[in-house]
Write a protein that binds this ligand. Structure first.
Ligand SMILES: *Cc1c(COP(=O)(O)O)cnc(C)c1O
Length: 380
């Protein structure tokens, strides 16, 4: 669809006066660099918010995932278990290290890594004597993976866990914050995420050595010598101080933005409540941050397909998106090893993500709900 000012966007940035104030103050302070007081404070404030000891601000969520994987020692010859239902960045980061992703299926109700599939796969890999570098979970659309099952499984096989929490900042799992599970976790502050620095990310960990190493690798692996000494290959992954200032303002508004997304989610829950054959993905999770709300349609019961609702909304300038195309169906990962149940393909075929942003105004939310109701009324 062609987007314009009348378009209701899927998940647009939510920035205002507070963000301008923080960024201007950072500029005026002269710290226009990938170091500075706002970066130090942003790291400390985020670590406190999530409840982990160490945070390293980086240029993207993908960079945080890459550094987390390097931190657990993933390398060529290793396999790393990755949920097939995710954004490509999760799997790409594995490939950056030289390791090989294996794609595991998801639970059909939540869209998150299926612990039963993981258990079977880890048993298989262990029997083969494979070198398993790690397991990655993704807290899909802002709902935590099933850590109650997954953490003990990883411990049983002695495999490190990396949490891709890029979509889930502010979500909880049994009272613990997204971003606090596993050996290390990644956050993203991309423009479409729950909070943004326009682009940016953060690595979170309880492991001081891992944090120290990530910081070193993120700054070109430059050793403390005047002449710039390098003993290994590094990366230019640090977050700029200006963007950290933007992040600090956004973090102050995080709870308010999550509340807004939850209210939008509630609106959809009401509209679809009495529609047989439509459910909200992960709809049962009151601890989700509701980053994106997705419906899953059973066309045998509804008599219509998700893509028909998408077309109806597109004609009315309402932006929607299919659920991620699973990684095992992506040409770039053709031939990769898999452990599948069909759940991810089902969600891809029948899911539809609806406008979910915290910057949506009341009249925009009402418009979308009216457009959806109009469609539903025409299909009863
Ligand atoms: C957004 C996202 C990333 C990558 O974050 P960037 O900051 O865009 O690099 C990784 N994994 C998932 C699941 C994401 O949604």
């Amino acid at each position: 669809m062609i987007t314009n000012s009348h378009t209701v966007p899927l998940s647009a940035p939510d920035v205002g006066d507070l963000e301008q104030e923080y960024v201007l103050a950072a500029m005026r302070s002269g710290w226009v660099a990938p170091v500075g007081p706002d970066l130090d404070l942003f790291e400390r404030e985020m670590a406190e918010r999530v409840g982990v000891p160490h945070a390293v601000g980086v240029s993207s969520g993908t960079a945080a995932l890459h550094l987390a994987l390097l931190g657990i020692g993933a390398r060529r010859g290793d396999v790393v278990v990755v949920p097939t239902l995710t954004f490509a960045a999760t799997a790409n980061a594995v490939v950056y290290t030289g390791a090989t992703p294996i794609f595991a299926d998801c639970d059909v109700t939540t869209g998150n890594l299926d612990p039963f599939v993981l258990a079977g796969l880890l048993a298989e890999l262990s029997a083969e004597g494979a070198s398993v570098g790690g397991v990655m979970t993704v807290d899909l659309f802002g709902s935590c993976a099933d850590y109650k099952q997954i953490v003990p499984l990883c411990e049983q096989y002695g495999v490190p866990l990396i949490e891709d929490a890029t979509e889930a900042l502010g979500a909880l799992h049994r009272g613990r914050a997204a971003g606090s599970f596993g050996q290390a976790a990644a956050l993203s502050f991309n423009g479409n995420k729950i909070m943004t620095t326009s682009g940016g990310g953060m690595l979170l960990t309880a492991d001081a050595d891992l944090a120290h190493r990530a910081r070193h690798l993120a700054s070109q692996a430059r050793l403390p010598a005047e002449h710039y000494e390098h003993a290994e290959i590094g990366y230019n992954y640090r977050l700029s101080n200006l963007l950290a200032a933007l992040g600090r303002a956004q973090l102050r508004r995080l709870d308010e933005m999550i509340e807004r997304r939850r209210a939008v989610h509630e609106g959809y829950a009401k509209v679809f409540a009495d529609i047989d054959g439509v459910r909200l993905l992960g709809g049962e999770d009151p601890m989700a941050n509701c980053w994106l709300t997705s419906i899953i349609v059973d066309p045998e019961r509804t008599g219509w397909q998700a893509r028909e609702l998408a077309a109806h909304l597109a004609e009315r300038n309402v932006e929607t998106r299919p659920v991620f195309k699973p990684m095992h169906l992506q040409p770039v990962f053709a031939g990769a090893r898999t452990a599948l149940t069909g759940a991810a393909e089902h969600l891809f075929g029948h899911g539809l993500i609806l406008p979910s942003g915290s910057s949506l105004r009341d009249n925009q939310v009402r418009r979308v709900l009216d457009d959806v109701t109009e469609f539903l009324d025409g299909h009863r």
